[in-house]
Design a protein around this ligand. Structure first.
Ligand code: PLP
Length: 414
């Protein structure tokens, strides 16, 4: 059982009781299930088994070294968006030859590091970036493998802040302009054109826009092949959604079948870049209730986790299910669950029916993706510790930050 579940009213993740874990390690605390992470990765392997493929985990969803190492051991590649993420992948024993480098603003030093490491591909997002990469590779006496991120202009039907594949957005190059870019690239001495990529958005519950994007990309790949520009891989990005509040999870196996049909008889390798769908439902955030503030119009449960620990509700009005860690026969009240940060936007959930007392623990479910990786030190709050549970075993995979650590790089004036 790798989803949070109750035994005698106490919430468990795998074989670990979360109240005991919170006593031992403190709160706020991120907790991940190894079994859930591995099951999510295996679901991808199975869905795409019929097609030659590489699963490149999108590091930004959760960049914990232990998680990266776990996926690397299962054979994963990685989708990175910075030199910092490359350093993490290398520290976690990830294989650089399975790394794709996305992002609109790659710096010269980041390009150099990736060329030195020997990554699989640069996912290039503009003409200027292409010329910069050609120059940097030339200076190192190397040839850079390149894919262009094309913008297939399909509507992913998700939140506007996490939609990336429409014409008006900063990512990628318009698909109509791609052939000219490929011709330019093919003529550059320090560039080798190897692939094509797209990524249309995140938290997609209906995967048909992904299939539509794939069709537009295939049409372009075939047109390029007719001109003598043959590609080695087709990278369809990430974006597969997860269930946060009982939504039906997308049909990954069905998507795999759709792609298997499209890839039958083709020579390219399929790359996918899943982030959220590998880690989102494998983690939760534990918090303790500091105060209950009951009012005529609203009740607040003020907890010790805040928007700096889990930014998604404040940033996108995202929903995370909130449950009591110990189920007790107290009357339920409707609460806004908020943090102690001095911002009205510091909420974790609104109008939740919960039975709570001061000092109780709550769990914010489905917090494995874009939780810890988006956390900050706002209000001088040290970031949470992270735990990986493996059956009954507990692994501290990241220590809680200290106040001292937070101030370590700072100096008073002379
Ligand atoms: C963020 C991102 C992903 C991962 O998206 P998910 O929705 O988490 O699967 C994949 N590729 C690129 C280029 C990204 O920016």
């Amino acid at each position: 059982m790798n989803a949070p579940h109750r035994i005698d009213g106490r919430l468990h993740l795998e074989g670990v009781a979360l109240d005991t874990l919170a006593e031992r390690c403190g709160t706020p605390l991120y907790v991940y299930s190894r079994a859930a992470l591995e099951a999510a990765y295996r679901a991808y392997e199975e869905a795409f088994a019929a097609t030659p493929h590489l699963i490149c985990y999108a590091v930004k969803a959760n960049s914990s070294l232990a998680l990266l190492n776990l996926f690397a051991r299962m054979g994963a590649g990685f989708d990175i968006v910075s030199g910092g993420e490359l350093a993490r992948v290398l520290s976690a024993q990830g294989d650089p030859r399975k790394v794709v480098f996305s992002g609109v603003g790659k710096r010269v030093d980041e390009m150099r590091a990736a060329l030195e490491a020997g990554i699989l591909c640069f996912n290039v997002e503009s003409t200027s970036e292409l010329h910069r990469l050609n120059r940097v590779a030339g200076e190192l006496g190397k040839v850079a493998p390149v894919s262009f991120r094309v913008n297939p202009d399909v509507d992913p039907k998700t939140h506007p802040y996490i939609s990336t594949g429409l014409k008006e957005n900063k990512f990628g190059v318009p698909i109509a302009e791609a052939p000219a870019l490929y011709r330019t690239a093919a003529a550059l001495p320090h560039i080798r054109v190897t692939g094509i990529d797209c990524h249309i958005g995140s938290q997609l519950l209906d995967l048909s826009p992904l299939a539509d994007a794939a069709d537009r990309v295939f049409a372009l790949v075939d047109a390029l092949a007719a001109e003598g520009i043959a590609l080695e891989h087709i990278d369809l990005g990430g974006g597969v959604g997860i269930s946060y509040r009982g939504e039906t999870a997308p049909d990954l196996a069905g998507y795999g079948r759709v792609l298997a049909e499209r890839f039958a008889g083709r020579r390219e390798t399929l790359i996918v870049e899943p982030g959220r769908s590998l880690v989102g439902n494998a983690g939760l955030l534990l918090a303790r209730v500091e105060y209950l503030k009951l009012g005529a119009d609203k009740n607040f449960a003020i907890v010790d986790a805040a928007m700096n620990d889990l930014m998604r509700p404040a940033l996108y009005e995202a929903y995370h299910e909130i449950v009591e860690v110990i189920a007790r026969p107290l009357p339920k009240r409707r609460y806004d669950v908020v943090g102690p940060i001095c911002e009205t936007g510091d909420f974790l959930g609104s109008a939740r029916e919960l039975s709570l007392d001061e000092g109780d623990l709550v769990a914010l479910l489905s917090s494995g993706a874009y939780g810890m990786s988006m956390s900050s030190n706002y209000n001088s709050r040290p970031r949470a510790a992270e735990i990986l549970v493996d059956k009954k075993e507990i692994h501290l995979i990241r220590e809680r930050e200290t106040q001292e650590g937070l101030m370590a790089g700072e100096r008073l004036l002379d």
